[in-house]
Structure formats: structure tokens, C-alpha cells
Design a protein around this ligand. Structure first.
Ligand code: HAM
Length: 421
């Protein structure tokens, strides 16, 4: 136990951190380009927020939340997603005050107690965006375009976008009834989960992964045939906007998302080689959530993407960046007399913003040169008794192995010049 992490969690080791940073840098730049600003909310919130926000009949709330009482007996939940928290922060901090649309993005850990497998973890990382305060389908198209641009920029071109409209509280009840009528005769054949969904949330039956339930739902009425005029027009406009900005999509009338807050637009980007975990990015409009959380009726739309899934997709396509060496100068100290001058030089270089390393254990010249090679340093500075007696250092250019002798008093300036060349 002491040396094993909990199931469904992962160490991100120094050998792979550069992959995360690569992705995060792309995300931050793209969000800046699209005018989204970063928000960081706590990793845990009052449980009530997620019960209300996500919906009590969802898998996330029913089966997957990490909920516990803190020492004062308050019910606390590790955030399973960040939309509810973003809405809470929006209301609590009156981010609506200037009357304009509020465009937020976040990157961080989320927690869901789910069965771990490739691409599915109990602690995972999401990048998400939330655009709060605008009902125009232009913003739905903008949010979808942001997702598409990210996947495109990192080279994932095989990803398919599916869109749907899940209606609104006006038209959805009509559709629910139609669905219940469709599944009524098939009820006994549905899986246990779907039987319980039948009354509580029949739309979720369409989303069931059970192959028999999928078969049973063939021929089910499409929600797009039951939309009210407003939802229908919103969906039609969204499609026109997507086409206008060159975003390719396919209509999927079976696409219903796993969280209860969605209204109108729902979408998912899928990367099929990831199998069961093929949903790399998903989102939609949630026009009722802000009111549900105690605010004024406020439309909103957003998405989140699982960074682990994106990295997995990049790995399968050999698109991950190579690890970069970060060391500029490695200092090799030969003999005890050289240790202190080498250590002093190490810190003078660091004070000058040069990435420098040395060996601390007095190892052999051969072993230190090996370390220098492994560090990827551009230059190795060698200091031994011979160099000390002549008041110079031997500096080796690691690229062409050329070696020069540099007087100590000009050494730092010379290295700064060479490294920044
Ligand atoms: P979600 O579909 O539950 O939506 O999650 C979004 C993405 O997070 C998924 O497409 C997937 O890539 C990733 N993900 C979910 N669960 C796991 C897991 N256990 N392990 C690894 N990755 C996972 C939301 O969370 C909504 N808050 C999205 C949203 C934002 N809708 C509107 N605004």
C-alpha cells in the first residue's frame, strides 16, 4: 500500500510531463485567441451543488462521486466535473456584473469513481470552456470550433464531430412520452439500468452501452422530430454557422449526454480507435443550470475534454512531442580541490539564467562525462587540478566535441554568449 497509488490514479512522471505541458500550452494559446479567460475553482465543493447541478439520476451523481463528511459534518464532494463549479463561481463572484458574455476556461483534476481502464481514470484531467450569458447559436458554433481547432492543431484529424439537439423543458416532455411509448413493449428486455431510466430519464436509454439495449433502440423516434420551433431554429442556425466556418459535423439524433443539465445543443468529438472510451470531448448548451443554482435565467454553453484521452490518441498516432533536454551547461569537477570552484560556477551560471548541473558525489571523470552526455548539455566545463593551476577551465562543445581553454575571469560571459547564440 505504501508504495502503490490508489486504483484509477496515475503518476505523471518527469519523462512525460513535457507531453502535458505541450498540450496545456496549445490550450492556453487557443483560449487566448478565442477570448476565453482562465478560472481556477476548488477541487471540492458542497455536495449539494453537484446533486442540483448535474442531476440526481445521472450515473455521475448516483454511482461515481467521491463524497465524504468533513470534520464539521458538512457533506463535501471532490468535483466530478467543472461546469457546476464554474457556474457557482460565476454567481458567487458576480461575473455577470458587466452584462457581457463571460468566457471561462479551466484545466484541472476531476474525480469519478468509475471502473478504471485505458482512457478512464478515477482522477483524470479536463480542459473545459464555459461561455455564460448568451443564447445566440453563434456562441455554440464558436465553442465547437474551439474544440475542433485544438484537435486539429495537435494533428488529430481522424476525429469525428457529432451534434444533436436535446430540446428544452418545453419540447422534451413530448419526446419523453414518445420514447416511453416506443420502449413500453420492450421494457422487460431492457437492462436493469435502462429499466430504471424508463421513468426517470428515458433519453438515457439511447445512450446505453449494453449491445441488446442498443439493438432495442433501433428505430426509436428521433428527438429532432419533436423539437419546438425555437429549438429547431436554434439547431438549424447552429448548423449553418458551423458550415460557414468550415467545421465538419454529422447529425446524431441518438446523442444524449450523461449529465442532466443539457438543453438544445449537444455534441461530442469521437476518436474511434479508443474503443469504449472514444469520447474525447463533449459538451453542449445548459440554459437552465444557472437558474437551477440560484441565479437569474442565463443561457450558457461549453465543453470539456479528457486530457488523458487526447494524449492516448496522440500516442496511438505517434504525434507526441519528443522530450527536450533542458540543461545548458554540465560542470565536471575532477578532484577535491575542484569541487568548490565548480559549485560556485554552477550557481553563478544559474544566477545568470543558465540551466546548469554537476555531479555531487565526486564520481570518476568517465562517469561525470556520461552524465554530461545524458543531460543533453550544450557545453561541458571541465575543472581539475591542471585547470586550477592555470586559472582556466576546459570547455567542450558537446555537439562537435571541440574543446577550448577559457580563463576563469571571462568564463561566465563566454558561456552566456555561447549558450544564447
Ligand atoms: P463529460 O462528457 O462527463 O462532460 O466529460 C467530458 C470529457 O471528460 C469526456 O469526453 C472524456 O474525454 C473525459 N472524461 C470523463 N470521464 C472520464 C474518466 N473517468 N477518465 C478520463 N476521462 C474522462 C462534462 O464533464 C461536462 N462538464 C462538459 C461540459 C462543459 N458541458 C458543458 N460544459
Amino acid at each position: 500500500m505504501l508504495t502503490t497509488i490508489p486504483r484509477g490514479t496515475k503518476d505523471i512522471l518527469p519523462g512525460t510531463v513535457h507531453e502535458w505541458r505541450y498540450l496545456e500550452e496549445k490550450i492556453r494559446r487557443l483560449c487566448t485567441v478565442f477570448g476565453f479567460e482562465e478560472i481556477r475553482t476548488p477541487m471540492f465543493e458542497h455536495t449539494e451543488l453537484f446533486l442540483r447541478g448535474i442531476g440526481e439520476t445521472t450515473d455521475v451523481v448516483e454511482k461515481e462521486m467521491y463524497t465524504f463528511s468533513d470534520r464539521s459534518g458538512r457533506s463535501i464532494t471532490l468535483r466530478p466535473e467543472n461546469t457546476a463549479s464554474a457556474v457557482r463561481a460565476y454567481l458567487q463572484n458576480k461575473l455577470y456584473a458587466d452584462g457581457n458574455i463571460t468566457k471561462l476556461f479551466y484545466i484541472g483534476s476531476m474525480f469519478r469513481y468509475d471502473k478504471p481502464q485505458a482512457g478512464r481514470y478515477r482522477e483524470f484531467h479536463q480542459f473545459g470552456v464555459e461561455a455564460i450569458g448568451e443564447q445566440n447559436p453563434l456562441i455554440d458554433a464558436e465553442v465547437i470550433k474551439l474544440g475542433a481547432s485544438l484537435l486539429n492543431q495537435i494533428g488529430l484529424n481522424d476525429i469525428k464531430l457529432k451534434i444533436n439537439s436535446v430540446g428544452c423543458p418545453k419540447c422534451r416532455p413530448v419526446y419523453r412520452k414518445k420514447l416511453q411509448a416506443f420502449f413500453k413493449d420492450k421494457f422487460d428486455e431492457l437492462c436493469e439500468d435502462c429499466q430504471s431510466r424508463f421513468n426517470r430519464n428515458p433519453l438515457r436509454i439511447l445512450d446505453c452501452k449494453n449491445p441488446h439495449c442498443r439493438e432495442l433502440s433501433i428505430g426509436a423516434p428521433a428527438i429532432t422530430d419533436s423539437l419546438c420551433d425555437e429549438c429547431s431554429e436554434h439547431f438549424a442556425q447552429l448548423q449553418r454557422h458551423l458550415t460557414a466556418i468550415g467545421v465538419e459535423y454529422a447529425l446524431d439524433p441518438r446523442l444524449v449526454r450523461g449529465l442532466d443539465y443539457y438543453t438544445k445543443t449537444a455534441f461530442e468529438f469521437k476518436y474511434t480507435p479508443l474503443g469504449a472510451q472514444s469520447a474525447v470531448l463533449g459538451g453542449g448548451r445548459y440554459d437552465g443550470l444557472i437558474e437551477e443554482c440560484g441565479g437569474a435565467p442565463t443561457p450558457a454553453v461549453g465543453f470539456a475534454t479528457g486530457l488523458e484521452r487526447i494524449l492516448l490518441a496522440l500516442e496511438t498516432q505517434h504525434l507526441l512531442p519528443a522530450r527536450k533536454n533542458t540543461c545548458d551547461v554540465f560542470i565536471v569537477a575532477m578532484g577535491e580541490n575542484a569541487t568548490q570552484p565548480a559549485f560556485k560556477l554552477l550557481h553563478q551560471l544559474r544566477d545568470s539564467n543558465i540551466a546548469a548541473s554537476m555531479d555531487y558525489a565526486g564520481r570518476s571523470m568517465k562517469s561525470q562525462m556520461k552524465q554530461a552526455n545524458k543531460s543533453g548539455a550544450k557545453y561541458t566545463v571541465i575543472i581539475g587540478d591542471d585547470e586550477l593551476s592555470k586559472n582556466i577551465a576546459s570547455v567542450r562543445n558537446m555537439k562537435d566535441s571541440e574543446q577550448m581553454e577559457i580563463p576563469f575571469d571571462t568564463l561566465i560571459d563566454k558561456l552566456i554568449f555561447e549558450v544564447n547564440k
